[in-house]
Ligand binder design. Sequence first.
Ligand code: ADP
Ligand code: MG
Length: 405
Amino acid sequence: MSKKTMKDVELKGKVVLIRVDFNVPMKDGVITDDNRIVQALSTIKYAIDQGGKLVLFSHLGRVKDEADKADNSLAPVAKRLSQLLNRPITFVGETRGEQLEKAIKAMSNGDVVMFENTRFEDINGKKESKNDPELGKYWASLGDIFVNDAFGTAHRAHASNVGIAANMKDVVAGFLMEKEINFIGNAVDNPVRPFIAILGGAKVSDKISVIENLINKADKILICGAMAYTFYKALGYEVGTSKCENDFVEFAKGLLEKANGKIILPIDTVIVKEFSEFAESRVVTSDQIPADEMGMDIGPKTIELFEKELQGAKTVVWNGPAGVFEFDKFAVGTNGICRILANLVGATTIIGGGDSAAAAIKLGYEDKFSHISTGGGASLEYLEGKLLPGVEIINDKNCCCGNCK
Ligand code: ADP
Ligand code: MG
């Protein structure tokens, strides 16, 4: 990787500011899924083992006014982290001030301080989300080294990533960030070929830039999900009441021409009369969707076709479920893709996309992929070929002065 990581700097005795992504789902003050905390453990443990003095911080949920504070405190997260690390953590219920500064000064090597939700700073003037320069400068003043491990917010320039980095010399990637950059960054910029992208999900309009970027880079693009119907319409097929974006039919037409056979569309479709988990379904070839029915999933022949197309692939990036996977009955296509990718030998398989990741995990394939990205929006923007501000601020490995970004 071309970015510096924690391993490139000396952490011993240093106050190490670590921006983690602890934006975990919560219900009534209870964490319902601690995966994001678990994912950050390797970075945190390493910094402790190296003798750093750790200051952890993250955003959690959305905080518009004082009333939002109670539901969005990081206190339960600190408690859970303390259990997972099996060591005490000093939680400071503020985002700045004397109490925080004192807690940091009192630390010994290997100690951990965590402060309150960075978005509490959004209450008066969106200081965190709008990257208020004073706030970034203040947070930077609390430590010696900045470790950015929050890939999930890397597509946003906030005070807690970009703002701090602008005021610090040593800015390095945490291990989770490093993993995301290595897998998604390499797949897009420097893939081992054949490189095949599988793109599904709800809308073409959400994924236009991804398709445009990958069409130049991938050897093949397999389209599935509701996105396929806009492409069918571009081919002149009847799509019935399927989810279809009429405003993007022309775009889809242009892409099909430009793709020169690189785009593979589903050849059969599971259709129903109404959008329901219990609707009676049948399979038709893709150009035979009746005017009063809708497509909910790819059909069995498409799964076979995709399996054939994917043989020999060395890099596969998948974004967007193949059907309405939230209903078990229409999760067959998504499950099929999971199974095919799980059985590909010698291929790097990557999922980038919130719902696709959730689908693969729900279907029991969590450990069967080379990498499941932890950042929905961030991974999508990475696949679009955009530079992510939270990645750009990390020092380059081969920098001349210790401060090249
Ligand atoms: P990701 O979060 O992985 O990028 P998207 O958000 O683009 O994926 O799309 C996910 C949604 O697409 C799911 O809620 C799923 O139900 C929906 N979807 C997939 N196929 C269809 C279909 N045939 N008709 C309607 N919705 C679909
Ligand atoms: Mg989504």
